[in-house]
Design a protein around this ligand. Structure first.
Ligand SMILES: C[S@@+](CC[C@H](N)C(=O)[O-])C[C@H]1O[C@@H](n2cnc3c(N)ncnc32)[C@H](O)[C@@H]1O
Length: 255
């Protein structure tokens, strides 16, 4: 799924009474506004809890959105314990604060983990609907006294990461890649329903190996790739892996 072909999907913005935020979102994304959801349509809709993505069967408030409960919970426990997370260990940061490009930002869960660890994150998402959800989620977090400092470490861009990295000639310490896994493999942090919805707007990230090649040419420290435990490495040259319950993180040296 690329920036240019998102309009082929039946994706709309749901808004039954005039709403400035919905009109602005329609202008920014090019998505049409509708006042009702047809079966097999997906809509972006502003609820009190923020922007969410849902279909005609989902109840208001139950759609896919940026999830921050885990982060609030982690803050209560003390963020230090996040250093033990396999993804945190895969960065090999020691006590350093790194610059990280999250090249496949999705709903921002991993970007938030990096930012909670104190790293400076450039989050890149190419799918217009997913970008809109994450943009709204980050805006809400920036005005949340508890989480604003963490959210302020994340800068979001709507772009294909291959283009962004090559055009900006950027050299971050780490580039992180988490492409959409093949279907029927539930090796994701996202619950199955969220994964389904996300997959229905994003499709398969079949070009992930090309992204890895670009990432290896630009990261100064390492590239980290999330894989399902039953999946093959994205490319040869894995230096080592950090094991999680259902996924692992492959490390690649800069190319
Ligand atoms: C499995 S999801 C990532 C989930 C994310 N790690 C999280 O914590 O929510 C993959 C996302 O990467 C995006 N993506 C894939 N390839 C991309 C690329 N080359 N540039 C930008 N975004 C990309 C997809 O649109 C999709 O939203």
């Amino acid at each position: 799924m690329t920036l240019s072909d998102h309009r082929q999907l039946i994706l709309k913005i749901l808004c039954s009474t005039p709403d400035t935020r919905a009109s602005e979102l329609s202008l920014r994304t090019g998505l049409p506004i509708t006042s009702s959801i047809a079966p097999n349509e997906l809509v972006l809709v502003y609820e009190q809890t923020g922007l969410e993505l849902r279909n005609s069967e989902d109840k208001p408030g139950t759609g896919v959105k940026v999830e921050t409960k885990w982060l609030r919970h982690a803050m209560k426990r003390g963020l230090e314990h996040l250093r033990g997370d396999p993804l945190a260990r895969a960065l090999n940061a020691g006590n350093a604060k790194l610059t990280v490009i999250d090249a496949t930002a999705g709903l921002g869960g991993d970007s938030l983990l990096f930012a909670a660890l104190g790293h400076q994150v450039t989050a890149i998402e190419r799918n217009i609907a997913v970008w809109a959800l994450l943009d709204d989620g980050l805006q809400m977090l920036r005005s949340d006294p508890e989480l604003s400092e963490i959210a302020a470490r994340i800068t979001l861009h709507l772009a294909d990461a291959r283009d962004y990295i090559t055009q900006n000639k950027t050299s971050p310490d780490v580039i992180y890649i988490d492409p959409m896994f093949p279907p029927k493999r539930r090796a994701s942090a996202l619950p199955p329903l969220e994964l389904q919805r996300l997959r229905s707007v994003v499709g398969e990230d079949l070009d992930a190996a090309g992204l890895l090649e670009v990432a290896r040419a630009h990261a100064t420290h390492r590239v980290v790739v999330k894989r399902p435990n039953d999946g093959k490495p994205l490319a040869d040259g894995v230096l080592g892996s950090h094991q999680g319950k259902t996924v692992h993180y492959d490390i690649y040296r800069k190319g």
